[in-house]
Design a protein around this ligand. Structure first.
Ligand SMILES: Nc1ncnc2c1ncn2[C@@H]1O[C@H](COP(=O)(O)OP(=O)(O)O)[C@@H](O)[C@H]1O
Ligand SMILES: CC(C)(COP(=O)(O)O)[C@@H](O)C(=O)NCCC(=O)O
Ligand SMILES: [K+]
Length: 264
C-alpha cells in the first residue's frame, strides 16, 4: 500500500492507497486528519498513525511506499525518522524539482509550497485544461495553470481561521467567534458584526480574486479543496468543483511519475 501525507500548518491529512504492480490506485482506501503539532516527536506521531491503522482495520506493515507534501519544514525530519524507524523505508518529498512534468513560469519555481504544487498537478491531470485551484487551508491559496500545463502562479491570503484568531488576539474586547454564515450582513451584537465581516468579507475577497484572475488568464475550471472549502462552496457560484483530497491525489501522481522514472 501507499501512504500520502499532506503536512499543512493546521492539519496533517493522511491518505492510504492500495497498490497494484507499482501503480497506486486513484481513490484512497482511507483518509485521516491529525493536528499539526511542531513539538510532537516521531514516536508520538507513529503511535497516532498505528492506532489509526489499527482502528480502521489496516495492517501498517503492508505500506511499502510513502510520500509527503510538507509546508512545515520543522516536521520533515520527524516524519523522515518515523518512516525509517517504524517502517524501514525512505521518504519521498514532493518539491518543485521532482513534480513530474509540471512546467513553472520562470521565477516562481523554487519556493512554491509542496501542497500548492500537488494540488495543481492533480487538477491538471484530471481536467487537462486551464484550472484555478483554491485551497481553503490555514492560508487560502489560489493556484493557476494554463491550458498548456504551465503553472503561472497565484495568490496567498490569510485563511479565515487566522483572521478569527488575530481579531481575538489583537483586539482586547473581541471574543473568539465561530466562522459561520450570519443571518444578515448588518450585525447587531459584536459577535454578529464579527461573523458578518469574517464571512461576507471573506466571500467577497475570494470572488474579487477570482474575477481578477479571470482577467489575466482564460479559466476553464475552478476547483476548491482544503478544510474550509465546504463552508464557502455554496456561496461562490464561480466554484463548480470541490475535491477534498486534491492534494493527496497530487502527491500520488507525483510519486508515481517519479517511481516510474526510477526516482524513488
Ligand atoms: N472538517 C472541517 N470542517 C470545518 N473546518 C475545518 C475542517 N477541517 C479543517 N478545518 C479548518 O480549515 C482550516 C485548515 O484546513 P486544512 O486544509 O486542514 O489546513 P492546512 O492544510 O493548512 O493544515 C482550519 O481553519 C481548520 O479549522
Ligand atoms: C501558502 C502555504 C502556507 C499554504 O499552506 P497551508 O495553508 O496549507 O498550511 C504553503 O503553501 C507555503 O508555505 N508555501 C510557501 C510559499 C509559496 O508557496 O510561495
Ligand atoms: K492545504
Amino acid at each position: 500500500m501507499f501512504l500520502a501525507l499532506d503536512i499543512g500548518n493546521t492539519n496533517i491529512t493522511v491518505g492510504l492507497f492500495a497498490m497494484k504492480d507499482e501503480k497506486v490506485l486513484p481513490e484512497p482506501l482511507k483518509v485521516w486528519k491529525m493536528s499539526t503539532v511542531k513539538e510532537q516527536t516521531s514516536d508520538e506521531y507513529a503511535t497516532l498513525l498505528m492506532n489509526m491503522f489499527f482502528y480502521a482495520g489496516f495492517d501498517a506493515k503492508k505500506v511499502s511506499n510513502f510520500a509527503i507534501a510538507s509546508v512545515v519544514p520543522s516536521l520533515n525530519a520527524v516524519f523522515e525518522e518515523l518512516i525509517k524507524k517504524y517502517f524501514g523505508k525512505k521518504m519521498f518529498f514532493v518539491n518543485p524539482k521532482n513534480c513530474g512534468d509540471l512546467v513553472f513560469a520562470a521565477e516562481n519555481s523554487k519556493e512554491t509550497g509542496a501542497d500548492r504544487i500537488a494540488g495543481i498537478v492533480a487538477a491538471y491531470s484530471v481536467y487537462n485544461d486551464s484550472c484555478v485551484v483554491i485551497d481553503f487551508g490555514t492560508a487560502t491559496t489560489f493556484d493557476c495553470i494554463n491550458s498548456e500545463g504551465i503553472y503561472i502562479g497565484g495568490a496567498i491570503v490569510p485563511g479565515p481561521a487566522i483572521s478569527v484568531q488575530l481579531l481575538n488576539l489583537k483586539i482586547e474586547q473581541l471574543p473568539r467567534v465561530e466562522m459561520k454564515k450570519p443571518l444578515k450582513s448588518i450585525g447587531l451584537t459584536t459577535i454578529e458584526c464579527m461573523q458578518s465581516g469574517l464571512y461576507f468579507g471573506y466571500i467577497g475577497l475570494v470572488k474579487e480574486l477570482i474575477a481578477r484572475i479571470k482577467r489575466e488568464m482564460e479559466v476553464k475550471y475552478i476547483i476548491a479543496t482544503g478544510g474550509l472549502a465546504g463552508l464557502v462552496f455554496d456561496e461562490i457560484e464561480e466554484i463548480e468543483i470541490i475535491l477534498p483530497y486534491l492534494t493527496l491525489m497530487g502527491i500520488r501522481i507525483i510519486w508515481e511519475k517519479s517511481n516510474l522514472n526510477g526516482g524513488n
